[in-house]
Design a protein around this ligand. Structure first.
Ligand code: G3H
Ligand code: ZN
Length: 289
């Protein structure tokens, strides 16, 4: 493997594009995402939340992504998405994840700083011992939780991260990547999505001096993505769109072929549907659309 995740992010920033981060709960999603990344020929990040990781298996996820990366010499990386404690972050670092997100944004500022710093210190310790470059991301502000379909924008949305708080937080913790609240919310919202505040993205990028990550990408308008990337977003997270593609394609496949019992045949349409979603998003994030 030639390029590290840090190098891929630097390269994305220099080109004014963003790396796609897509969540998986199963092998079908991994195949769909990887097929799309190869087609578009760009680096890609595979994410697993604590729940997704419990279902797939912590070491299993590492083995899957590492196998593809080493076999194909492809820049595919593994991220521990939204982990809620130092202990769960530590497990992922120890197992071989490339990056981790400590998500304690619900806690008061000082506690968020304390736990985030503990994760950063541990990552640095492991880097010093092993030479593995492990990136730590943290968030500040309200991005909501849960990649689900929502009837409306949840309570608390609209509380955006203040640039001065972001600056203080990044300085105090030493994180590598920062996830601010700039308008997006986790999940697919039936009545539309809030707009991304691109001016705020630019201000936070400038004041923190580190790459920014946009969460809650599902359902956002194309121009919100392109404006956010222009303003300084280097990684975009998509999950709900993949979950929905899997569900709809599997439902249709089973309805259309009621006597089929071969899992590979039942589930191939789900792989293809996920591939189509990811391919379109990657083209957009990489300025090809
Ligand atoms: O970390 C995961 C993402 O932020 C997913 O958000 O479900 O709105 O795409 P989404
Ligand atoms: Zn997220």
């Amino acid at each position: 493997m030639k390029k590290t995740l840090r190098e891929c992010i630097q390269e994305a920033e220099a080109k004014g594009v963003a790396i796609g981060h897509f969540n998986i709960s199963n092998l079908e999603a991994l195949h769909g995402i990887y097929n799309a990344a190869k087609k578009v020929d760009v680096p890609v990040i595979i994410g697993l939340s604590e729940g997704e990781e419990k279902f797939v298996g912590l070491e299993e996820a590492v083995a899957l992504v590492k196998t593809i990366r080493e076999r194909d010499e492809y820049p595919i990386f593994l991220n521990a998405d939204h982990h809620s404690s130092f202990e769960s972050v530590k497990k992922c670092i120890d197992a071989g994840y490339d990056s981790v997100i400590i998500d304690v944004a619900k806690l008061p500022f000082e506690e968020n700083v304390k736990i985030t710093k503990q994760c950063v210190d541990y990552a640095r310790e492991v880097t010093a011992k092993t030479g593995r470059d492990i990136l730590v991301e943290a968030e500040l502000g309200f991005i909501g939780s849960g990649s689900i379909v929502r009837d409306s924008i949840p309570e608390g949305a609209g509380i955006l991260t203040k640039p001065e708080d972001a600056q203080k937080f990044v300085e105090m913790t030493g994180v590598d990547l920062f996830a601010p609240s700039v308008g997006s919310i986790h999940g697919l919202i039936k009545t539309g999505k809030p707009h991304i505040n691109a001016e705020l993205v630019a201000e936070i990028r400038k004041i923190t001096g580190i790459p920014l990550v946009l969460h809650g990408g599902s359902g956002l308008r194309d121009e919100d993505f392109t404006n956010a990337i222009k303003a300084g977003i280097s990684i975009v997270h998509i999950n709900s769109e993949i979950r929905l593609a899997f569900k709809e394609a599997t439902e249709k496949s089973m309805k259309d072929n009621p006597s089929e019992i071969t899992p590979a045949k039942i589930l191939q349409p789900a792989v293809d549907a996920i591939e189509a979603v990811v391919e379109a998003r990657l083209q957009l994030f990489n300025g090809m659309k």
